[in-house]
Ligand binder design. Structure first.
Ligand SMILES: NC(=O)c1ccc[n+]([C@@H]2O[C@H](COP(=O)([O-])OP(=O)(O)OC[C@H]3O[C@@H](n4cnc5c(N)ncnc54)[C@H](OP(=O)(O)O)[C@@H]3O)[C@@H](O)[C@H]2O)c1
Length: 254
């Protein structure tokens, strides 16, 4: 229970990785602000699961479409009003909007598709982080984790398209600046960079071709990402890092 009484805001808790991370952080003693966008029933089911496993745990659901910055501001203020300032922020929610694949035509991603993808995956993570930092600085404690993507390190550009790949790579520049600027404020800032993770809506139909690309011969599961986030928020000396979880696919990273 190393995080007893800490408040964790996890975006995208209605998804596979967010839900698994909520469970991991509740086990460490956190209260959880459970964010969702459209899947209210999944967010409610997660609260029931957490309360059944850890009676008395504080877990409250918050709805916000994070492609709209006003909703990001509203999410932050509702969490502060109902639970207090987040000590831990996992910027996990994200989406692909459109998929054109590795050999797709860049003409099929309009500048509007590009900007909307960045708004959801990058801009809203930036804004939420910006809103959370003043309190973290004031109390000289904070943990910020981004959810990026393994191929931002691998250098292939991935299987979705240029809009998604670039929106996730940008998180790394952001975390490097924040980690360096706020290292002396007791704030750590890191990213987890998963490859292909099943039990998520995003990766609902894995193929044999995908499995064959991965040295361990299978896709990852949400718990394997949650345990990395748990490490990153319980360790005060690990900052400015991008931790890749990909079954051995990318040989050089952490
Ligand atoms: N699954 C993978 O293979 C994989 C690999 C690398 C990185 N990731 C990253 O992991 C993160 C979590 O995804 P997941 O794998 O757990 O997939 P998931 O099950 O599809 O979950 C996606 C989450 O993001 C939320 N979301 C999507 N669009 C949103 C919007 N406009 N506003 C607010 N929230 C929105 C969803 O909310 P609702 O369902 O409530 O709408 C859901 O909670 C994403 O950032 C993704 O890019 C996933």
């Amino acid at each position: 229970m190393s995080l007893k009484c800490r408040i964790a805001l996890i975006t995208g808790c209605s998804g596979g990785i967010g839900a698994a991370t909520a469970l991991a952080l509740v086990r460490q003693g956190c209260s959880i602000a459970i964010h969702y966008n459209s899947a209210k029933e999944k967010a409610q089911a997660l609260v029931q699961t957490l309360q059944a496993a850890f009676p008395g745990v504080i877990a409250i659901i918050f709805q916000a479409d994070l492609s709209d910055y006003e909703n990001v501001r509203r999410l932050h203020s509702q969490v502060v009003d109902q639970m207090g300032h987040p000590d831990i922020l996992f910027n996990n929610a994200g989406g692909t909007l459109k998929t054109i694949g590795r050999m797709g035509n860049i003409q099929d991603i309009s500048i509007e598709d590009f900007e909307n993808t960045w708004k959801l995956n990058t801009g809203s993570s930036y804004l939420l982080t910006q809103l959370c930092i003043p309190h973290m600085v004031e109390q000289q404690y904070g943990r910020i984790v981004f959810n990026s993507r393994q191929y931002t390190i691998q250098g292939t550009g991935g299987v979705i398209g240029p809009h998604y790949a670039s929106s996730k790579s940008a998180l790394h520049g952001l975390l490097h600046w924040i980690a360096s600027r706020h290292a002396k404020d007791g704030i750590t800032c890191n990213a987890v960079a998963p490859a292909l993770i099943v039990e998520t809506t995003m990766m609902s139909n894995p193929t044999d071709e995908m499995r064959n690309m991965i040295p361990v011969g299978r896709l990852g599961v949400p718990n394997e990402i949650a345990s990395i986030v748990e490490l990153l928020v319980t360790n005060a000396y690990m900052t400015n890092k991008i931790i890749v979880a990909d079954g051995g696919w990318t040989p050089s990273a952490f």
